[in-house]
Design a protein around this ligand. Structure first.
Ligand code: F6R
Length: 245
């Protein structure tokens, strides 16, 4: 992995956004894999700015998101559809944007169709990722196997707890979600991982310096040849403590 140390969250977001913008410049028809949550918000702010300044042209770019809460309709303010609309899509005119269909009753059909869609787009050129404090990427939670394709997951209690900050109460946080698989994430040509804050420091260490195991889903990234990690000082604290940096 290639590491970019940011002075702070804003700095690492700016650097990561530059890489995404360069990808679009080099490949105007790029397929971008997108994430939600706090980690990529800064990247999206800088991409919106670039769009407003006319330095990036998104009109031929397609996006596919990592995940969506099961049962949530796109107009639900807590849905990832809504998050993406607010933070990016309403400001940046992509050619097309997709998220998993989380309201399809037939889970298997929904998962199969999302995988087929990604395949029909020719796969993902650049995937943006955050990481959970438990080492998840997308909603691939720690488990016994690395899931290959889109699947429906039971969210870890720690993930529901972490995400409850966006809800009135933990009881409102969904228990299930649809997520792209580790296999799909690893087939992206390039991966941009944004990690900020001390609560992610152990997960970042485990992901890149621990064994490759589905118990730490992000450790699968060690198998990928083009991962750029954008991290701040706090996120790098465990790696530094161990004298690895
Ligand atoms: C979100 C996603 C998750 C988050 C992770 C970190 O689409 O796939 O893996 O990236 O939970 O969340 P934040 O960035 O909010 O700390």
């Amino acid at each position: 992995m290639r590491l970019y140390q940011g002075k702070d969250y804003d700095d690492l977001s700016k650097k990561a956004a530059q890489i995404v913008a360069s990808e679009i410049f080099m490949h105007p028809k790029a397929v971008l894999g997108l994430a939600t949550g706090s980690s990529p918000e800064g990247i999206y702010r800088y991409l919106v700015k670039a769009q407003q300044e006319g330095t990036v042209d998104f009109s031929d770019v397609t996006s596919v998101n990592l995940d969506e809460y099961k049962g949530m309709f796109p107009d639900n303010e807590q849905s990832y559809h809504y998050f993406m609309e607010e933070n990016l899509f309403q400001h940046v005119p992509f050619k097309a944007s997709y998220l998993p269909n989380a309201v399809e009753e037939n889970e298997e059909k929904s998962c199969r169709e999302y995988d087929e869609l990604i395949e029909s787009l020719g796969g993902i050129d650049m995937q943006i990722l955050g990481i959970g404090a438990n080492g998840h990427i997308g909603f691939n939670e720690p488990g016994e196997v690395f899931e290959r394709g889109t699947h429906c997951v039971t969210l870890a209690e720690s993930t529901r707890q972490a995400n409850s900050r966006f809800f009135d109460s933990i009881d409102d946080v969904p228990t299930h979600a649809f997520s792209m698989g580790i296999g799909t994430i690893l087939s992206a040509k390039r991966i941009v991982l944004v990690v900020s804050g001390e609560n992610k420091a152990q997960a970042l260490y485990d992901a890149f310096y621990g064994p490759i195991t589905p118990k730490v889903p992000a450790s699968a990234l060690q198998l990928h040849g083009h991962v750029a990690v954008f991290a701040d000082k706090d996120a790098l604290s465990v790696i530094k403590e161990k004298g690895l940096l």
